[in-house]
Unconditional design. Structure first.
Length: 420
């Protein structure tokens, strides 16, 4: 089916123009001031905004192994609902994708059930145990990169070997940076809230110490290196300096780290994630990082759990919150409408930059695969987790009033979400 998206504000070469978009044979055919095609179905998007589909390089889809939390089907429906046309799935699954045999289980599920593009990560080490290198070579043609997300690779020599192999394979290392010996049993940020409420805190050093270690290894190997869910001011500064030195490094942060801090904590599992919500100073450093380009992209770290697993307070709930269906509206409301960043910058952070770094096809450029999302930015609504398409319901943004509702998502020229 061919479609004409008429009269919208279209993200075109870095800015917004009021024009029409023709999608034909799964591709963006034409972007012009006025388009007529008698064979196309027409959608009038007057006063709506048309973006290249968002790309999230850090999502947990839980299949295989934990389908009571999420499935490829529910997770990708949630992605489409939030305006995403590509997600990169993290490998802490069962079995872990540490070999082609194990990876194939996930690839089959993606082929059968995904409604948007899913690019899986393979693990860095077997079973994410940090002891033996995974089968990086045989997985290379089928993965977007390698990660032991959920765990930092503690063994420096093993990480050096992984980086050397990934460099030869032309693949990215996407690292969860965490020094186990510095965790001290913590489960929220080691800040004022933890002290006042007798919680065990996770030190900032547990993150930035491994970021600094890995930067030195990247200098030695030349691998393409990406830091997951950056949360501390020290990590931001280390990455900023590494970029100035020409190191091939990028990083992401999550919406919750840009909007919330440990001053916002309450005794509820929906505020518990890893890394934790840090201090106000850390949040401000992350915002400065996205403004000056140190922080390259925003990824949700969408991590669904069951209601039971998230209903045990800050101490005993599992770590992880959902984010695919709230990311744009929260960021638009809290960062764009408050004039902290521009709408164009937000699109760069959520679509353009992740596509460039992870070589993701699609978007709004003529000739590209038609990956498009349409938002009504004037629509105000209250975030209600019961309306999510994800199985996960745990979000720190529950009951927040936001602007920006997704009304259509198109992946590969096919409508995969449409507001009824």
């Amino acid at each position: 089916m061919n479609y004409i998206l008429k009269n919208g504000y279209v993200f075109n070469n870095g800015s917004f123009d009021r024009c029409d978009v023709l999608l034909s044979d799964g591709l963006v055919k034409t972007v012009s001031s006025s388009i007529f095609d008698s064979t196309a179905q027409v959608f009038d998007f007057t006063n709506k905004f048309i973006f290249p589909g968002f790309a999230d390089v850090h999502v947990h889809l839980r299949e295989p192994g934990f389908i009571y939390k999420e499935t490829i089907k529910t997770g990708t429906l949630a992605a489409a609902h939030g305006g995403y046309t590509t997600v990169c799935s993290m490998p802490n699954l069962s079995p872990t994708p540490d070999s082609l045999e194990n990876l194939k289980l996930q690839l089959d599920a993606i082929k059968n059930d995904a409604v948007v593009e899913v690019l899986p990560f393979g693990t860095i080490t077997v079973g994410e145990k940090g002891e033996t290198l995974a089968e990086l070579d045989e997985m290379a043609p089928f993965v977007c990169g390698y990660s032991d997300d959920g765990r930092g690779v503690q063994n420096e020599k093993l990480m050096l070997l992984a980086m050397s192999k990934a460099k030869k394979l032309g693949k990215i290392i996407s690292a969860h940076c965490e020094v186990n010996s510095l965790l001290n049993g913590g489960y929220i940020h080691d800040g004022e809230y933890a002290k006042k409420n007798s919680h065990k805190g996770i030190s900032s050093e547990s993150e930035y110490a491994q970021v600094k270690r890995d930067i030195e290894l990247v200098k030695e190997t030349g691998v393409s290196y990406h830091v997951c869910h950056v949360s501390t001011k020290e990590s931001v500064e280390a990455i900023r300096q590494a970029k100035k030195e020409g190191v091939d490094i990028t990083c992401e942060t999550g919406p919750h780290y840009l909007v919330l801090c440990d001053e916002d904590l309450i005794e509820d599992g929906r505020f518990k994630m890893n890394p934790p919500l840090r201090s106000r100073q850390d949040k401000e450093a992350l915002i400065e990082g996205i403004k000056d380009g140190t922080v390259d992209m925003i990824a949700t770290d969408h991590a669904p759990h069951s209601h039971e697993e998230k209903s045990k307070g800050l101490k005993d709930s599992l770590m992880g919150v959902v984010g695919l269906e709230t990311a744009f509206s929260v960021l638009y409301t809290k960062l764009v409408l408050t004039k902290i960043i521009s709408l164009e910058k937000l699109v760069e952070l959520m679509s353009i930059n992740p596509r460039k770094r992870f070589n993701i096809d699609g978007g709004l450029e003529v000739g590209k695969r038609a990956d498009v999302t349409v938002f009504d930015l004037e629509k105000e609504y209250i975030i209600n987790p019961e309306e999510f398409l994800s199985k996960g319901r745990s979000t720190p943004f529950k009951d927040l009033s936001v602007f920006g509702k997704c009304i259509m998502t198109i992946y590969g020229g096919k409508i995969v979400w449409q507001k009824k």
